[in-house]
Design a protein around this ligand. Structure first.
Ligand code: GLN
Length: 485
């Protein structure tokens, strides 16, 4: 087995036993990136030299017997995390040359443990999209079929792990951006509860929804990486000061006593037959493992996409107002006065989808429309959150599909934004409710594309998700299949 095929846990074991060095492992991933990225375009920036220097430092730390859980482990970061000294583009022309003076907390935490930064991975511009086609740095291709999208917006994070260009990556999820690409690329993705992981230094899209999480090969690695990034951060007032459990302790087999709810709204019309079959098979597996299966209802599911596209765009229109080209970011060469500088810089710097969202959000917030749109969406959001809290009165975990279809073809949905928005119909409600959810492989379509299973947990009950996911993974072989790239 090549070093680039190892999981985080296997890399940890191998490094601790001195079977290989961090420099060797890092070199293996850099070679793998060089060999496969011309086909995938998962990386915006590869930090080859710096990564080898960090690996050498990690090897010294290992030799000194001062290793933390991630010491010497190579990782990829979505290009939305500020990384001091390495450019952070958010896949936008407006930030194409931006180098942050500071690190995002999630990155600072993995770095403090000795992780090695392989590079910054591609995404939809400002995390707005479901296919990674909205990137100023070009679309990412799905390692299972390069004619297909990897999903988005953390398309680079999922594709790079699926192609074993990195053993794991961090992504962000505002409406499904970790879970949906993880599903389409056959890897594990977790959106933690809002407040579980610090968002300090993460470029903001929709601040009441954005959350940071891991993308990994398997569930054990997911627990390991979550452990490294979870916890209160005084620099992010929305991060919550509740104790972080030992996530590895949740990795148990057997599901006796676990009540799993199937929301009837997630199994209706429009669900692809391969996805339905795979998810129903997963339900049978969970039942065989001892879980009690019940039907639940999330009655306001049908309003979630509309509600999300009011709240997310409203917040985006405020967050993106800071890109005025004055202190940082692209500045036009063709402006006669200050107002023209603002408008031309933004016109040249932002892509079409970002402009669409800014306009939608500005409209929803404007005087005379605020009550009808934004305020009403906030009320609907409360109903959606209440749906989940009611369902969790009778079940421990909710199970359903991640996305209505497997990965679609490049350009298939670019002409129809509404079709694109509907790919997040099962993931968006979780962000509106603020709770946690995990995606893991549960089968393949007739054409060989991976299918994801979504597990949704109570607020701050990431351990419940890891338990069910681990038990399911141990009972199945889906996570062992590899993309042919
Ligand atoms: N696809 C959704 C959107 O475009 C979600 C993106 C995300 O989670 N960042 O907004």
């Amino acid at each position: 087995m090549s070093l680039f095929e190892l999981t985080l846990q296997d890399l940890r074991t191998g490094l601790d036993r001195r079977e290989f060095s961090s420099a060797e492992a890092t070199r293996a991933f850099l070679d793998r990136i060089a060999a496969t990225d011309p086909q995938l375009n998962a990386f915006i920036t590869v930090c080859a030299e710096q990564a080898l220097a960090e690996a050498a430092a990690a090897d010294r730390r290992l030799a000194a017997g001062d290793a933390a859980p991630l010491t010497g482990i190579p990782l990829a970061m979505k290009d939305i995390f500020n990384t001091a000294g390495v450019r952070t583009t958010c896949a936008s022309k407006i930030l194409a040359d931006y180098v942050s003076p500071y690190d995002a907390t999630a990155f600072a935490r993995v770095k403090a443990q000795g992780a090695v930064l392989l590079g910054k991975v591609n995404m939809d511009e400002f995390a707005m999209g479901s296919s990674n086609e909205n990137s100023a740095f070009g679309a990412v291709r799905n390692p299972w079929d390069t004619a297909c999208v990897p999903g988005g917006s953390s398309g680079g994070s999922a594709a790079c792990v699926a192609a074993r260009q990195a053993p794991a990556a961090l992504g962000t999820d505002t409406g499904g951006s970790i879970r949906q690409p993880a599903a389409h690329c056959g890897v594990v993705g977790l959106k933690p509860t809002y407040g579980r992981v610090s968002r300090f230094g993460v470029i903001a899209y929709a601040s009441s929804l954005d959350q940071v999480g891991p993308v990994t090969i398997d569930v054990r690695d997911c627990a390991l990486l979550l452990q490294a990034i979870a916890g209160h951060d005084p620099l992010d007032s929305t991060s919550v000061d509740t104790p972080v459990p030992d996530y590895a302790a949740a990795l148990r087999t057997g599901l006796e006593g676990v009540r799993i709810g199937l929301p009837k709204e997630y199994f209706g019309e429009g669900l692809d037959t391969d996805v339905r079959r795979a998810v129903e098979q997963a339900v049978a597996t969970c039942r065989d493992l001892g879980a009690e299966i019940r039907e639940v209802s999330l009655p306001h599911t049908g309003y979630a996409v509309a509600c999300y596209y009011l709240i997310a765009t409203a917040e985006a229109s405020s967050n993106l107002a800071r890109y005025d080209s004055v202190r940082f970011g692209h500045r036009t060469a063709a402006a006669g006065n200050l107002i023209e500088t603002y408008s031309r810089s933004r016109d040249e710097g932002f892509g079409a989808e970002v402009k669409r969202r800014i306009m939608l959000g500005t409209y929803a917030l404007s005087s005379g429309y605020y009550d009808a749109y934004y305020l009403k969406a906030q009320k609907v959001r409360t109903l959606i959150r209440q749906d989940f809290l009611d369902a969790f009165e009778t079940v421990d975990v909710i199970l359903g599909p991640v996305a209505p279809t497997p990965a679609f073809r490049l350009n298939e949905k670019t002409a129809d934004p509404l079709q694109m928005y509907l790919s997040d119909i099962f993931t968006i409600p979780v962000n509106l409710a603020g709770t946690c959810a995990l995606s893991l492989p549960c089968g393949f379509s007739g054409s060989g594309l991976p299918i994801g299973l979504q597990l949704i947990g109570k607020p701050f009950a990431e351990s419940d998700l890891l338990h069910v996911a681990y038990a399911f993974e141990q009972a199945t072989e889906w996570h062992k299949r590899r993309a042919a790239i």
